[in-house]
Design a binder for this molecule. Sequence first.
Ligand code: GLV
Ligand code: MN
Ligand code: MN
Length: 409
Amino acid sequence: MSTSQLTLELERLAKFSDTPAPSVTRVVYSPTDMQAREYFKGLCLAAGLEIREDAAGNTFARWPGTEPDLPAVATGSHIDAIPHAGAYDGTVGVFGGLEAIRLLQRQGMRCKRAIELILFTSEEPTRFGIGCLGSRLLAGVLDASAGAKLRGKDGLTLDEARQAAGFTGTLESVRLNPGVYSAFVELHIEQGPLLEQEDLPLGVVTAIAAPASLRVQVDGEGGHAGAFLMPHRHDAFLAAAELALAVESSVKATGVIDTVGTTGVCDVFPGAVNSVPSRTRLEIDIRDIDGARRDQVIENVRAASVEIAARRGVRFTIETVNADAPATCAPEIVEALSNACEQAALPYRKMVSRAYHDSLFMAQLAPVAMLFIRCKGGYSHRPDEYSSPVDIAAGSKVLAATLADLALR
Ligand code: GLV
Ligand code: MN
Ligand code: MN
């Protein structure tokens, strides 16, 4: 079998990376991200799509329909990649969405509704600490004032960084009105092991779990690692380490497998081997398919911080960066996806998404659902992330049939 255009495009895209292959690192608005966007837009233009970019860098590639006044059907995902990630997270939904449109074009299909392919800005929280930046702004879940408030490690605010990347205009203008799309369908790799375990190429998502993240600063007392004796210390890192363990124990205490918690960032100041840490910053991710249970875990972590602070003589400042509600997928799109799987004779199961996606916020603008593609070992957010060309092609094919179904309604 010859290598498909989509496979070649995904391979080429993976080369736009700030770390060596097989890892992929593509942080929003970096030169690498901008080069990858140019590559994507070139392919969209070659497919005859009309391109628009908003002030956040969300990119919309539209295949017009025969009835321009009808709301479009939308699809899409992201191409930014966390540090040392793989080549498939998000990218399969963007380039697979383009392939789906090209498939329909090759079939000579003319749809009533336009089909709009969206590349969302910064689904990953790497640079500004909050995920789904582009889709949050589109849905109005994140206020435009975030442009001046959110700041990356390089010191640039969101506004400064996007403007330097050429995305000028106000963030207020990014927001879309509910009703602008009749449906949104996102193709994505599963990022979990169930499909592979059950020998199924595809999954139809019925709900998306509720993510939350916390930013913690611990202020203690620094000093000389030799001369500052142990009984007198207020070590900020050790207090932070206890809080990270409290995250784990609070999560496990729910007794439910659906609750997960991760302390993925720990910055120690001043960061010298012979200096007692005076300050430590943590970033904590807590999720559940049950929003109320997730919130209770956050409360328990806050309570643990009060106890640790008193015992260790440090100060905790805890900011909830986001605590989003879970989303339910629209039954009519779940059915459209299921029908398309059946018509293509591709076995699938219905499932919950434990990862978050731009669909979580697009659900505030339109009925949404997602199609998952099996991935090796369930690995994601690591360089050995992998979905086979055959499964990706199957996903694009089912996406194409579903988009056509929804765009003919
Ligand atoms: C998305 O990248 C997530 O962390 O779920
Ligand atoms: Mn991701
Ligand atoms: Mn993703």
